[in-house]
Write a protein that binds this ligand. Sequence first.
Ligand SMILES: [Zn+2]
Length: 440
Amino acid sequence: MVAPIVLKPRWIWTGTELLTGRCLELRDGVVGAIVAAEAHPGVPEAPGRLVLPGFVDAHSHAFQRAFRGHVQWRPADRDDFWSWRDRMYATANGLAPEGVQAVSALTFLEMAEAGVTTVGEFHYLHHAPDGTRYDDPDELALRVLAAAAQVGIRIVLLRVAYARAGAGLAPRDDQRRFYDRRPDDVLDALTRLGKDARVGLAAHSVRALDGDWLRELSAWRGVVHAHVSEQPAENEACLREHGEGPLRVLARAGLVSDRFTAVHLTHPLAGDVDLLAEAGGAIAVCPSTELDLGDGFLPVDARTRARLCVGSDSHAAIDPLGEVRTLELHGRALAGRRNVLAPPGERHGLAARLLRACTLEGDLALGGMGKGIAAGEPADLVVLDLDRPAADGVPPLEAAVFDGGPGWVDEVWVGGRCLVAGGRHLAREQVRRAAAPFLG
Ligand SMILES: [Zn+2]
């Protein structure tokens, strides 16, 4: 039998418990066993290393990385989500298929170096900029899948349905890349892509889809994600069109279930969070983007029963630990008190809850089993280096959550394969060079 790969860190957080004095044995891409450290006397303990389940970025638009840093100035008096969106569309329409692939690969590379092992890519670039279909209608989706394969991270392609510019509004010229003609075009694309990849349905938003589209799309039996209540104007338009808010419209159409994830829910209407919790659904919060866009913030506290996961969305920053930290800290700023997501009285309960948001909960939201590090589960792991002054004397989970970041990532493993060693991805320079002509 081939000898296993052995990791002997100081700590292992499995997703449910913190272990010391143990080794992880990796075999054939999975965690073979968690054994006593003495079982491998020849392997030295890696100093200050904390092994966690790989991070899951549950909401990404990979191409948006192309204009990072170029929208941090004010071109006119008004600058908000809507004006940012116009500038984003200019980028979206400027990328040829090879640019979509190269920029996506850079995004996934950066994710891998930040500890991400699975991304949920909310993919809405489908056609040429003038709306013409490519010879292969899935050209751009396949480019994004190829980018993830190049980097070696897992991807769930959330194939977007987009049909209008808003209630009663004809398609806009700069949105022609996104439009499908019929709900069946979306469901057919999911069937084609699902043969070789993990896929899910992304019902873009109630802005982009009317009630008929939403009902027809509910035939899909896999995971469903949708942008929900990101902006007050979206809620107002939805109330005018349907007489109720976005989440209720999605629920009435049959889309809200334990397979459903509401992205953002920055401005939930009364009862929305409970409706989602009762259905068993999740919220994908994207704190760095929501702060960058001035969207507002989901008001969370210990009563927030809906499952929470995180995404880097526009990629203003890619930092899963930063996302979960901001989720909690922003909740504190809104509530005017501390430890808002903490289960009362549990000594390490808050750090564990926040870590679950960027690991197990994200996995569940993308259709995974959410089992974390366990025998027989895929060896998707991130190894953090806590052997540093900032972590001295700090409990390991709290060090990771409240001070950690991409610079703390030492190794990343996906399916038992080491992608990142010493904090650097093995294909780093090649991927950066390929993306450079498409940035800015
Ligand atoms: Zn988004």
